[in-house]
Design a protein around this ligand. Structure first.
Ligand code: FBP
Length: 258
């Protein structure tokens, strides 16, 4: 875990959206190029970058610790979500991974497929001395509100009980309710998921601050950084909150600085 933490905190740059969402509205001429994101990861001083194996193989430059996503799905199928393995733990290690990630759609009619696979990759990762991070996104017919505090806390707890070293969960909307999710995660570290680009920097930085105040280890973020007009300044603002316990106001000044 320590290989992608700094002073016990983490700031991960996620770039799997081309596969998960498609090269559509999320991207423009700049952000579609993985080399642009590698540059942000390095210059923005991220503690880790999250890639699928294809990008890791062709673009990873060793500058920032690598986390390889082991499963994935496209946005094309409709119905109950399921995401299955596209990369082995062994292959992730060969690519230089310091950790592996796996998405579980908790509550999906297909959740058992992902629970079983995660159980296996968690054991393999631990045998190899690698941490396993579970992206746990409650989703499907049975889930009415995926950011409801009790659902987010359930995701966090399920991660702990499945042996995840860290869980990546969505923000509940308030620091007090997120605190319960962090408690439910116990000794599994909590990373807040970024989500679609927020309407303004203050909204996003307020969420990050709320999560950190609630005891989160950090965040794993994509679009709110690489879709930003100045990703490096946004990274500075995030560092201020995550590593320096800075407040939202100070972070906002950093992102607005000339
Ligand atoms: P973002 O910060 O861009 O939301 O990235 C975090 C992430 O977990 C990605 O790793 C993943 O591709 C995406 O969110 C999942 O998005 P969605 O919730 O739309 O499936």
């Amino acid at each position: 875990m320590n290989s992608f933490l700094r002073n016990g905190k983490g700031m991960l740059l996620a770039y799997d959206q081309g596969f998960e969402h498609g090269p559509s509205a999320d991207f423009n001429d700049k952000t579609i190029d993985p080399a642009y994101i590698m540059d942000i990861a390095e210059k923005g001083d991220f503690t880790g970058v999250v890639l699928h194996k294809g990008l890791a193989e062709k673009y990873y430059n060793g500058k920032v610790p690598l986390i390889v996503k082991l499963n994935g799905k496209t946005s094309l199928p409709k119905g109950e979500p399921v995401s299955t393995m596209v990369c082995s733990v062994e292959e992730a290690i060969r690519l230089g991974a310091k950790g592996v990630g796996y998405t579980i759609y908790l509550g999906s009619a297909n959740e058992s497929v992902m629970l079983e696979e995660f159980g296996e990759i968690q054991e393999e990762a631990h045998e190899e001395g690698l941490p396993a991070i579970a992206w746990i996104y409650p989703r499907g017919e049975a889930v009415k509100n995926d950011t409801a505090p009790e659902i987010v806390a359930y995701a966090a707890r399920a991660g702990l009980e499945m042996g995840a070293d860290a869980v990546k969960i969505k923000y509940t909307g308030a620091s007090e309710s997120f605190r319960w999710a962090v408690k439910a995660a116990g000794l599994a570290r909590v990373f807040m998921s970024g989500g679609p680009k927020a309407p303004d920097d203050g909204t996003f930085l307020g969420q990050v601050k709320g999560a950190i105040d609630a005891g989160a280890t950090g965040l794993a973020v994509g679009r709110n950084v690489w879709q930003h007009s100045d990703p490096i300044k946004m990274a500075s603002a995030l560092k201020e909150i995550i590593f320096n316990a800075g407040d939202t106001q100070r972070a906002l000044q950093l992102v607005a600085a000339q």
